[in-house]
Design a protein around this ligand. Structure first.
Ligand SMILES: Cc1ncc(COP(=O)(O)O)c(C=O)c1O
Length: 412
């Protein structure tokens, strides 16, 4: 048995407390890792799980990226009541539909996407099972194994997982506080002879950064010059009251725009919308057919009722207010700490000072019962990532607890 483990166990036996020994050992092991007493490869004491035992630690999960619960289950009940009174629509949701969705469903989708400056043409929009499904449909349509995909140097993990499963080569493009840099994109497109780009110009996950109009125009100029095919992710942008026009509106014939209800209303609906020129939509529709024939129509039906009855704007308003409250609280509790945040974006981005590596900071918080995301989660390949963490504001009262564990000694 390793010396450190031996020492810890004798300490635990000496300090008889009410804490079960297995928990004391686990906690001390974690501390020893943080202190550098236990290094990778060191032999540990044998571990076993007690029959029926569950995890002893309950974590405040500030790592997840989910909408803030606004307790408005009533919206679903009201939509069900509306649906139950419309015989024709009930009938429709039980039938096969075209791959792109029923026409009235993509009409609503087209209307939804006009908030990003699109023209609202229903025949340029299809319904998907959330943004993730749209991203999968587009990648499968335009890329083949081994192809190169360009994206921000920190990018959406769901897209990275898809790219891995498709054996794509993903290249991270350098960013500044407005997102992707046009010159870096130009160089990467040329160096890697790449044609496809995935990017989030508005409220980028994880940094919360947004491109100015000038930056969008400069990126669009590179897209045209290098004949790139961009897919724009506007999932978080949906929370904004007046988002800047989507990058896609600057290159409408050679782009895809993806958005969903997930971050502003209900991720469980799995409703997303994809806009593209009709020649591309037909091809993505074939990919959806291969997946599941079509999106289950009941969900887009609810997503159609909500905007029609004004419920959608009401729910988004609740979400905006909840985010604003949490951000105000975070600014108050973490006054003096260098952190970045953006209006209507439910996360903080905390660049860490020299004294912390992101991994050890996150491990220390974890030990104190708080989970946050390091940038490794968003890393493209094995690129070096900034020493920063993303802190989600989605859990009630989580900010107080975070601030409490940060404590004065965590401030810098
Ligand atoms: C940037 C980004 N894009 C897409 C998604 C997926 O959204 P959906 O739930 O609509 O599939 C997420 C979810 O975390 C996200 O953060």
């Amino acid at each position: 048995m390793a010396k450190v483990s031996q020492l810890m166990i004798s300490n635990i036996l000496l300090n008889q407390t009410d804490t079960p020994k297995f928990q004391s050992i686990a906690a001390d092991l974690a501390q020893a890792i943080l202190n550098g007493q236990l290094v990778a490869g060191e032999k540990l004491t044998p571990q076993r799980r007690e029959p029926g035992a569950t995890s002893a630690v309950s974590y405040i999960d500030m790592a997840q990226n989910v909408a803030i619960p606004t307790d408005d289950d009533g919206a679903l009940l009201r939509a069900m009541a509306t649906l139950s009174q419309s015989g024709a629509h009930i009938d429709e949701v039980l039938k096969y539909q075209p791959e792109a969705g029923a026409q009235r469903h993509h009409q609503i989708g087209a209307q939804w996407l006009t908030r990003f400056g699109t023209g609202g043409a229903w025949n340029r929009v299809m319904v998907t099972h959330g943004a993730q499904h749209a991203i999968a449909g587009v990648l499968r349509t335009v890329m083949r194994p081994g192809d190169t995909l360009l994206t921000e140097s920190l990018s959406y993990p769901g897209m990275l997982a898809l790219a891995r499963s498709m054996r794509l080569q993903v290249i991270g493009v350098e960013m500044d506080d407005q997102g992707m840099l046009p010159d870096a994109l130009d160089r990467a497109a040329q160096t890697f002879n790449s044609r496809t780009l995935f990017c989030s110009p508005t409220l980028h996950n994880p940094t919360g950064s947004s491109m100015s109009m000038e930056r969008r125009e400069a990126i669009a100029a590179v897209v045209r010059r290098r004949n790139l095919l961009p897919m724009e992710d506007a999932v978080h942008a949906a929370a904004l009251t007046h988002p800047l026009p989507a990058l896609c509106t600057l290159v409408p014939e050679q782009s895809f725009l993806v958005s969903s209800f997930s971050k502003v209303m209900a991720p469980g609906l799995r409703v997303g919308y994809l806009e593209a020129s009709p020649r591309w939509l037909d091809k993505v529709a074939a990919s959806i057919r291969a997946d599941c024939w079509m999106v289950a129509p009941l969900m887009p039906e609810i997503a159609t009722i909500w905007p029609e009855t004004g419920e959608a704007e009401h729910l988004i308003g609740l979400q905006r207010n909840a985010i604003a409250e949490r951000l105000a609280e975070a600014k108050r509790l973490l006054a003096g700490i260098d952190m970045r945040c953006a209006e209507h974006y439910p996360h903080l981005w905390l660049p860490l000072p020299q004294s912390w590596r992101a991994g050890s900071y996150a491990a220390s918080l974890r030990q104190a019962g708080v989970l946050v995301r390091t940038m490794d989660h968003f890393a493209v390949g094995r690129a070096v990532t900034p020493h920063a963490v993303r802190i989600g504001l989605n859990k009630p009262a989580s900010m107080e607890q975070y601030a409490a564990v940060c404590g004065p000694s965590w401030r810098y």
